[in-house]
Design a protein. Structure first.
Length: 346
């Protein structure tokens, strides 16, 4: 077994979301193996419309529950190991596009290292030279939280994406995984002869000859555009006060009583005025974000749940049900009961 290099320190803020494009890929696996992904998504409270947002973030806790249910229903030995044939080359979103448009495989791995947080905000990726080869390592927090099939889908999907980049699977020497060897493991499924289990983090050792291979999709003009977009997204994402993160905090705290601007400022360790100014820079306000979060959740409750109006009002953080009715008129031009009835008739 190859000796592992020392891991870097991390100061990542643990938020627990992944890019919507990655979530869609994993849900496509569930659908294409014959399971009812709509029913399963509904059962864990996942709004599938959110998967269409190119900048969307999906809760990993929800996806973990989804994969646990799917694995229990699937008759396959390992759901996560079936995913390579269902790969969409765009499943890594802008991160994948920066990798596809660069000149060689080594540079593509370095792009993954730089922009990995855009895929998973708990993911830390780093590369290190090892006897002329290159080791790509990844750490994702506590492995106990992650269903085995969820992680295997990620590893298999990444290897298949490498095949998209190169035209064939890369030459590798070793795979280290954080899990113990499962009973359902099938020899050779992950294209590795040397697999080490129960390691402190995931890693793949790529052969030196593979690193310099040119990519079929190299395009210097597109590359500049992709990198500019990724850098802008990274700058925005690295701010804990980004609109997406604020939406997440509000969404998680609605039931019974919505967060106030003061509550949110305390959560973000800033003053109310500073928070207001930063939201103004992003051309929005706390009131607008709160209203939109409530509107989107109201649609989901009215269309896809059996909750009554009082229960929905409480779930949206309204103190009085009359406030919910006034908001419904502003959002939909009708009462919540009328909205539910109208769309049930369609």
């Amino acid at each position: 077994m190859t000796k592992m290099a020392k891991t870097p320190s991390t100061n990542a803020i643990e938020k627990g979301t992944i890019a919507a494009s990655v979530a869609r890929y994993k849900i496509d696996v569930i659908r294409k193996v014959g399971l009812d992904e709509k029913r399963l998504c509904y059962s864990v409270g996942l709004n599938m419309a959110e998967l269409d947002d190119p900048n969307g973030r999906i809760s990993k806790a929800v996806l973990f529950r989804l994969f646990s249910l799917a694995s229990a229903e699937s008759k396959m030995i390992s759901l996560g190991l079936q995913c390579d044939e269902y790969l969409d080359a765009g499943f890594l979103g802008i991160v994948g596009y920066t990798m596809m448009s660069c000149s060689n495989f080594k540079q593509a791995l370095q792009r993954l290292e730089r922009y990995s947080v855009l895929l998973d905000d708990e993911l830390e990726v780093w590369t290190e030279r090892e006897e002329g080869n290159l080791r790509l390592s990844a750490r994702i927090g506590s492995v106990e939280r992650y269903p085995f099939d969820y992680m295997m889908a990620g590893i298999k999907g990444f290897l298949s994406f490498c095949k998209v980049l190169l035209g064939s699977y890369p030459i590798t020497h070793e795979l280290n995984v954080m899990y113990g060897r499962p009973n359902s493991y099938e020899e050779g499924t992950l294209f590795f002869k040397n697999i080490n289990f129960e390691m402190p983090f995931f890693s793949i050792l790529f052969d030196a000859d593979t690193l310099s291979k040119p990519l079929r999709s190299f395009n210097p003009n597109l590359d500049r555009v992709h990198v500019d977009i990724a850098e802008a997204m990274l700058e925005n994402f690295n701010s804990v006060k980004s609109v997406d993160y604020i939406r997440q905090l509000i969404s998680e705290s609605l039931s019974g009583r919505a967060l106030s601007l003061g509550d949110l400022a305390i959560r973000l360790s800033v003053s109310k005025r500073t928070l207001q100014r930063e939201l103004e820079v992003q051309e929005t306000s706390f009131k607008e974000i709160l209203d939109d979060v409530r509107k989107q959740q109201a649609k989901q409750y009215l269309l896809y749940s059996k909750k009554n109006m009082k229960e929905i009002s409480w779930s949206l953080g309204f103190v009085e049900i009359s406030s919910f009715y006034r908001a419904s008129h502003q959002w939909f031009g009708m009462t919540p009961k009328q909205y539910r009835f109208k769309h049930q008739e369609l």
